[in-house]
Ligand binder design. Structure first.
Ligand SMILES: Nc1ncnc2c1ncn2[C@@H]1O[C@H](COP(=O)(O)OP(=O)(O)OP(=O)(O)O)[C@@H](O)[C@H]1O
Ligand code: SF4
Ligand SMILES: [Mg+2]
Length: 388
């Protein structure tokens, strides 16, 4: 299924039987990428939302929600995307599923440029690229039956599965662990976890290749989260799906991801495989995020040498991001160069891309004889006091 085994994770499995449903399959018009090959490629992707003022809606600025992303998603993998609220994760998800028009950059799916495809151009692509939304309550129309909701993609795409839509929808309900008898029920009759299963069934209806899930479990109780995460895992194994999973919860990301992309203020700051990210994070922001994840066993905590790093201040406004490295206003390692020169996202180890002038877990990690910025020094002092 994936480049990195997820078997060492404590979360357990709940295998469901599934048939890929060839009759409802994808477009089949493009060359199928083999496992590990790039399915989706994003270059210089930007989304700037204009900020307008007055009666004539004069543009007075822009929210730089996504501001130059470069990454690829490999066939069969799960790319986890993590970062604080407002860093542009959902915007990125909506851009790559083409629910939003990019301001700049390029999106290629199976080698085909889909950046500016219109509604009709995207129609065949919609079968291959699907999205699962965060809120299972608002993402399902309360006036429609489960049968109508899960069957809608067939109608929209004019797909006629063998045996009829009803039979196919009932099969999908079973695949996601619901009952075929749920066909005539309404969303309000289901719990949050079951509703998310309905949303997953709808996303799988046309046997997509890429599924982008935006915070798929964050609206659910912790006990139900594990079930839905395991379901996504099982479906990936059985159907050969490729996932981009967006979450702010690092333990969910750790469980599901093969590779992880860390975002900060519209930019990628680190991209690597799961093991490298958790064991040898190189970006100070990643280190700070990881240090905030509780470690249940105190002996493990000591062994990992993980002291808590408290980030000072809020995330700056994406309307007016800081110069140079956008993290410099909160980074305890910031130097003058960080303030004026934006660090590019470059490979600093095999398969490990980082955007930092003074990366962690690297020979040149120390700021050396360069002077720490005054604000950053104050932030460090504050963090030390908090810990003391
Ligand atoms: N349609 C829009 N118009 C203007 N600004 C927007 C729009 N959508 C998002 N933004 C802004 O873009 C930035 C990124 O938003 P986004 O929803 O992508 O962040 P996020 O990382 O998904 O956050 P969260 O973790 O809270 O879901 C935010 O500052 C947000 O206010
Ligand atoms: S050390 Fe400098 S470049 Fe690296 S994250 Fe901190 S401020 Fe940014
Ligand atoms: Mg979001």
């Amino acid at each position: 299924m994936s480049a990195v085994s997820k078997d060492d994770d404590p979360m357990t499995n709940s295998a469901k039987s599934a048939d890929p449903g060839a009759e409802s399959g994808g477009t089949g018009t493009l060359t199928e990428p083999r496992e590990g090959e790039s399915l989706l490629k994003v270059t210089g992707l930007k989304k700037h939302f204009p900020v307008t003022k007055g009666l004539f809606k004069r543009q007075v600025g822009a929210v730089l929600a996504v501001d130059g992303l470069d990454f690829d998603v490999r066939s069969g993998e799960t790319l986890g995307v993590v970062g604080e609220s407002g860093c542009g994760k959902s915007t990125m998800g909506r851009l790559i599923t083409r629910l939003l028009e990019p301001t700049d950059g390029k999106i290629e799916f199976e080698g085909k440029d889909i950046t500016h495809l219109g509604v009709s151009g995207m129609r065949p692509m919609r079968r291959d690229i699907q999205m699962i939304f965060q809120d299972p309550y608002s993402s399902l129309n309360p006036r429609h039956t489960v049968g109508a909701i899960v069957g809608a993609p067939f109608k929209l795409q004019g797909v006629h599965p063998e045996g009829g839509v009803k039979k196919e929808v009932q099969r999908l309900l079973e695949v996601v662990g619901l009952s075929p008898e749920h066909y005539n029920r309404y969303p309000h009759e289901f719990s949050g976890g079951q509703r998310q299963r309905i949303g997953i069934a709808r996303a799988l209806a046309l046997n997509p290749k890429l599924v982008v899930a935006d915070e798929p479990v964050s609206a659910l109780d912790v006990s139900i989260q594990a079930q839905v995460v395991n379901l996504l895992d099982d479906l990936q194994d059985e159907l050969g799906l490729t996932y981009v999973i967006i979450a702010h919860d690092l333990s969910v990301i750790r469980h599901v991801s093969d590779r992880i992309a860390v975002m900060y203020l519209g930019k990628l700051v680190e991209l690597t495989d799961r093991q490298s990210l958790y064991e040898t994070p190189m970006h100070p922001y990643t280190r700070a995020l990881l240090s905030a994840v509780p470690v249940p066993d105190p002996r493990r905590k000591a062994a990992q040498g993980r002291e808590r790093i408290l980030l000072q201040g809020d995330v700056p406004s994406p309307m007016n991001p800081p110069s140079g490295c956008r993290f410099h206003t909160r980074c305890w390692k910031a130097t003058e160069v960080c303030k004026v020169k934006e660090p590019p996202l470059i490979p600093l180890a095999t398969g490990h891309q980082v955007a930092c002038h003074h990366p962690e877990n690297a020979p040149d990690q120390q700021p050396g004889d360069t002077k720490l910025l005054r604000e950053a020094k104050a932030a460090l002092d504050g963090a030390v006091k908090e810990q003391g």
